[in-house]
Design a binder for this molecule. Structure first.
Ligand code: SF4
Length: 452
């Protein structure tokens, strides 16, 4: 396939930075674009752009807010590939671009300071898991139908599943050409085959949530020590430097009244142990899950976050929320944002275990556990024990699910995926696939919109 640079050359378009400003030479005109073009591989670009500059084959351009976190561990290249295979009549790709696969409800942490969105449904079936042979079918069918990005996620902790922990399933996904990540609380990291996972090019992202062992134990409700976590990560980072130096390690810090005073110390320890990405997260969801901060605490927290932001370098990329911590989730049914359809559930999906060790396919992360504990509940798209049929069931859901994808943004009471939905709404409206060929460049504009 032609690279974006080759395509631009064939369209006689030149895209450069001149004196710190993005510059486009199109056929009959030259334009300065506010911002700086970001080049490089997907991980080099990670966290360095906050907008897409889309150039169509008729040389019309459009700037759209975008960031790598919407695709991680995939990249714009995956999005472009999937858009090229978009089925306009059906308003979907053949299979989701991204599968968030929750292998198990089991988690060695208790409820993360009372803020865990999955605690209420996990407690109903805490040992539910998807058997390995079903997981193999799910992953193979996903890859065969054009899926690109696989996130071992939860729900529970994916490292509680033995065939994620020993690296077998990440390795299988890698052999099938998928980009993978494991999002973990890290409690099981000592018994995890990190080298096999690293060799499978799988991006590990660990929830740190503390700088001190006592705070980590209070927050996670177990005996797991953050100091052990840092030691294991340091050793893994050393292994990666020797064996797979382009693969970064990620981390998150979920901000709560219990741990916020340690966010800066945690970031420094993360940096010093070889972690490459540090992302501070707000607790999302209904008020019952959210932490309460006094005004004085919020001021102290903002000062700490500013110092965390100042740690940002190319080797240690920092992402801190630009929304205020208490800000509520958006309510699309009240028009907090609008979109022609729910592109999130058209390009991505969730699979999670059922109590009988089958699996359910869900609309989006908000409806994990059918949305128990959230503002709104929603039935799964499908449910089965047969891992080979899920993509077909997912395709059928576009005509059989009682609420259509275009109705969802007028129906849901709380949504955490506005960024991706708005991004896709604007891209698809602009390129009207397959009408226009297009190239996407990455732009860093001087705006506050820089979250991961
Ligand atoms: S909450 Fe509703 S609108 Fe938002 S991503 Fe999920 S299904 Fe789509």
């Amino acid at each position: 396939m032609e690279s974006p640079q080759e395509k631009l050359r064939s369209w006689k378009v030149e895209a450069t930075n001149r004196m710190g400003i993005a510059h486009l030479s199109l056929a009959h005109q030259s334009i300065d674009v506010p911002g700086v073009l970001i080049f490089g591989s997907p991980w080099e670009r990670f966290g360095r752009y906050n907008h897409y500059l889309v150039i169509r084959d008729d040389l019309k351009t459009k700037i759209i807010p975008a960031h790598a976190g919407e695709l991680v561990p995939g990249s714009t290249e995956d999005l472009v590939h999937v858009l090229k295979h978009f089925q306009p009549k059906l308003q979907r790709p053949n299979a989701p671009m991204t599968l968030e696969l929750d292998p198990t409800n089991l988690c060695f942490s208790k409820d993360c300071g009372g803020h865990c969105f999955s605690a209420s449904y996990r407690s109903l079936a805490p040992k539910a898991h998807i058997p390995t042979e079903t997981m193999v079918d799910l992953i193979q069918v996903f890859s065969r139908n054009g899926g690109r990005i696989l996130r071992f996620d939860g729900g529970g902790d994916p490292l509680s599943h033995p065939d994620v922990r020993n690296g077998f399933l990440p390795e299988l996904a890698h052999q099938l050409g998928l980009k993978t990540t494991i999002l973990t609380a890290g409690d099981a990291i000592q018994t995890t085959n990190l080298e096999r996972i690293g060799a499978a090019n799988c991006y590990l992202r660990v929830s740190l949530n503390a700088a001190k062992d006592e705070t980590r134990q209070l927050f996670h409700g177990n005996k797991s020590r953050v100091s052990t976590l840092f030691q294991q990560i340091e050793s893994f980072a050393g292994w990666l430097r020797q064996n797979n130096p382009s693969l970064p390690i990620g981390s998150t810090f979920l901000i709560s009244h219990l741990n916020f005073k340690e966010v800066l110390d945690c970031a420094i320890r993360a940096r010093d142990s070889g972690i490459n990405h540090f992302s501070v997260r707000r607790v999302l969801g209904p008020a019952t899950l959210r932490p309460f901060f006094t005004n004085i605490q919020l001021i102290e927290l903002e000062e700490l976050l500013q110092r965390v932001r100042e740690l940002d370098t190319d080797q240690f990329r920092v992402f801190a929320p630009w929304r205020t911590i208490p800000e509520e989730d958006l309510n699309p049914s009240k028009k907090d944002f609008s979109a022609s359809t729910c592109w999130q559930s058209s390009f991505k999906t969730i699979i999670e275990p059922t109590p009988e060790n089958g699996y359910k396919t869900q609309l989006c992360g908000r409806y994990r556990g059918n949305g128990i504990g959230q503002k709104m509940q929603m039935e799964p798209l499908s449910e089965s024990h047969d891992g080979k049929r899920w993509v077909k069931d997912w395709q059928d859901s576009f005509s059989t699910y009682p609420i259509s994808r275009p109705q969802l943004p007028q129906t849901c009471l709380s949504c955490i995926d506005r960024g991706f939905i708005r991004l896709m709404d604007q891209i698809i409206d602009f390129i009207n696939p397959p009408e226009h060929d297009f190239v996407i460049l990455h732009l860093n504009r001087n705006t506050k919109y820089t979250e991961e």
